[in-house]
Design a protein around this ligand. Structure first.
Ligand code: FES
Length: 189
């Protein structure tokens, strides 16, 4: 009889179980396991937390406490684009907070929130080491420097336009262009 093919999720759980076996009982083991789980699944869903708790014989509340305490862990799904607004000192004094607030207003989400269409997740970060470009933000790996509050709508428009083009390419139709963006910032590749 032919072997049944494992789903990607099943493979991820298998990999995770091996990490638990190898590191679960070592000091800092839970953090290591959760970091691997996040790498595999993208975020630490309730199901993943329960799985880790069962395999490591820990209360779910403890696993959840660790998952929600450390800022590197994400417990809800992320959007396709993560908007990281730097609120380090150099960016902050150059109105980084206003830029952050404008993203919050336009996206309609709070810190670590994801838009309903799962396109954008908003988060603030500390200094990312490019202070000469302050105030800056990153959208996934693309850094956009010297951003003003007035640039925000245009920048989001570029990404929405890119998304519309991708969707149009998928269905072989003409893309609908987003209106009203004028920001002089690096476009997404
Ligand atoms: S403070 Fe924002 S990059 Fe340094």
């Amino acid at each position: 009889m032919a072997k049944e093919k494992m789903s990607v999720t099943e493979r991820h759980y298998l990999t995770l179980d091996k990490i638990i076996e190898r590191h679960g009982d070592k000091p800092g083991g839970l953090i290591r396991v959760l970091a691997k789980a996040q790498e595999l699944f993208g975020y630490l869903s309730r199901d993943v937390q329960i799985h880790v708790a069962e395999k490591m014989c820990l209360p779910v509340g403890h696993v959840n406490g660790v998952a929600t305490f450390y800022s590197q862990f994400i417990t809800s799904p992320r959007g396709k684009y993560t908007v990281s607004v730097c609120l380090g000192t150099a960016c902050y004094v150059k109105n980084g907070q206003d830029v952050y607030n404008r993203f919050r207003e336009l996206l309609g989400v709070d810190e670590n929130g994801t838009t309903e269409d799962r396109m954008f997740t908003l988060r603030s970060t500390r200094c990312i080491g490019a202070c000469s470009l302050a105030p800056l933000i990153a959208i996934n790996d693309h850094v956009h420097g010297h951003l003003t509050v007035d640039d925000v709508a245009g920048l989001l428009g570029k990404y929405q336009e890119l998304e519309a083009e991708e969707e149009a390419a998928d269905i072989g139709a003409e893309p609908v262009r987003a209106a009203g963006h004028q920001a002089e910032v690096s476009p997404p590749n």
